[in-house]
Design a protein around this ligand. Structure first.
Ligand code: NAP
Ligand code: ZN
Ligand code: ZN
Length: 347
């Protein structure tokens, strides 16, 4: 029998989120039913709930930073057991057959991975995210949360953590690599912690000096305000890898000028308007401009083990469901330290 779970629902781009319910499918043979304990608020939830991306269907339940406990399993499930601490990130299924799925890069599935919300599952029903009390997910798309990380600190790792870990790993952050993170919000603060734990020399490029003390505590060695023109003079040609988490328009040429020979700037933040940059900014120093989307299941599990081994988790502010709309405004105002996490008992 399908079950009805409490949820916070957006009924239109302007409605805000209101209490409601969502139907969860009956657990199939390979499904895991998860009692959600905490869900992080990713900036993408705000873009989606407010219809800032095309193709958003309402009513919509967002949330793809889910941490909880396994409540029930299908009869053929082998990867998880009742009582296990588990997580779910940005996607809940993929074709499992294309070259990217076979490489463990399900987020780049050629058929399109099934997003945790605003997608359609194999059953043809719309998917609904983690702003809810429970969720049913195929065992292959469920992560194991290591003992060393609390569920509330682990929830944001499911998106923010892996979205930063993946480019840091893929572009080989480590000793003697000079890495800069632009924007120290949910993604950015995890980027600082993870890059520092990988042994890289980490610099934060933030709009103001307000978060400097926190950045140094997370492991950054340098911190600069992007509103000071001297920052761009001082750091010219000094960086090997820059990751931008900013969702507003940014001056890509100015940031590219900070890269040394062969350096790479990776975009993970999603500005709503097209970006532009001069070819010369790349050509002048054989620089690269790239993008990166979340991470596959295997790399996400690797990230969780890495975080546990290095004592890393997100810095969270736990809120009640009734505070979500206010929290959205605070995220938009860069007033979050550094991820809001919703206590799922309050949905
Ligand atoms: P967030 O918590 O709001 O952090 C973004 C940070 O960007 C802010 O804290 C702020 O840092 C900086 N910022 C904000 N407005 C700015 C402006 N006008 N100019 C310059 N900097 C500004 O958001 P998030 O959850 O980390 O997500 C960031 C972006 O990544 C969103 O667009 C989200 O949709 C996207 N995202 C992408 C992926 C992916 O797979 N690629 C995954 C998840 C999220 P300072 O205060 O330090 O300046
Ligand atoms: Zn996200
Ligand atoms: Zn695929």
């Amino acid at each position: 029998m399908p079950t009805i779970a409490n949820a916070y629902v957006a009924s239109s781009p302007t409605s805000g989120l209101e209490p409601g319910t969502v139907e969860r499918r009956d657990s199939g043979d390979f499904d895991v039913r998860i009692s959600i304990k905490y869900t992080g608020i990713c900036h993408s939830d705000i873009h989606a709930a407010r219809g800032e991306w095309s193709g958003i269907n309402y009513p919509l339940v967002v949330g793809h930073e889910i941490a909880g406990v396994v409540e029930a399993i299908g009869r053929k499930v082998t990867l998880h057991a009742v009582g296990d601490r588990v997580g779910v990130g940005c996607f809940v299924d993929s074709c499992r057959d294309c070259v990217n799925c076979c490489e463990g890069e399900q987020q780049y599935c050629l058929q399109g991975a099934t997003s945790t919300y605003n997608s359609f599952g194999r059953d043809g029903l719309p998917t609904a995210g983690g702003y809810s009390t429970s969720i049913v997910v195929d065992e292959n798309y469920v992560l194991s949360i290591p003992d060393g990380i609390s569920l509330q600190d682990a929830a944001p790792l499911m998106c923010a953590g892996i979205t930063m870990y993946s480019p840091l790993r893929n572009w080989r952050a480590g000793p003697r690599k000079r890495v800069a993170i632009i924007g120290m919000g949910g993604l950015g603060h995890m980027g600082v912690k993870i890059a520092a734990a990988m042994g890289a020399e980490v610099t934060v490029l933030s709009q103001s000096l307000k978060k400097q003390e926190d950045a140094l505590r997370f492991g950054a060695q340098g911190y600069y305000s992007t509103s000071e023109p001297e920052t761009f003079e001082y750091l010219k040609g000094q960086l090997d890898l820059i990751i931008s988490t900013v969702s507003a328009d940014i001056d890509v040429d100015a940031y590219l000028s900070l890269l040394a020979l062969g350096g790479t700037m990776v975009l993970v933040g999603l500005p709503s308007k097209p970006l532009s940059q001069r070819a010369w900014s790349l050509i002048a120093m054989r620089r690269n401009l790239a993008g990166s989307k979340m991470g596959g299941i295997r790399q996400t599990q690797e990230m969780l083990e890495f975080c546990a081994a290095n004592g890393l988790g997100a810095e969270v502010e736990v809120i009640r469901a009734g505070q979500i709309n206010e929290a959205f405004e605070r995220v938009l105002g860069s007033d979050v330290h550094y991820r809001f996490v919703i206590d799922a008992t309050t949905f």
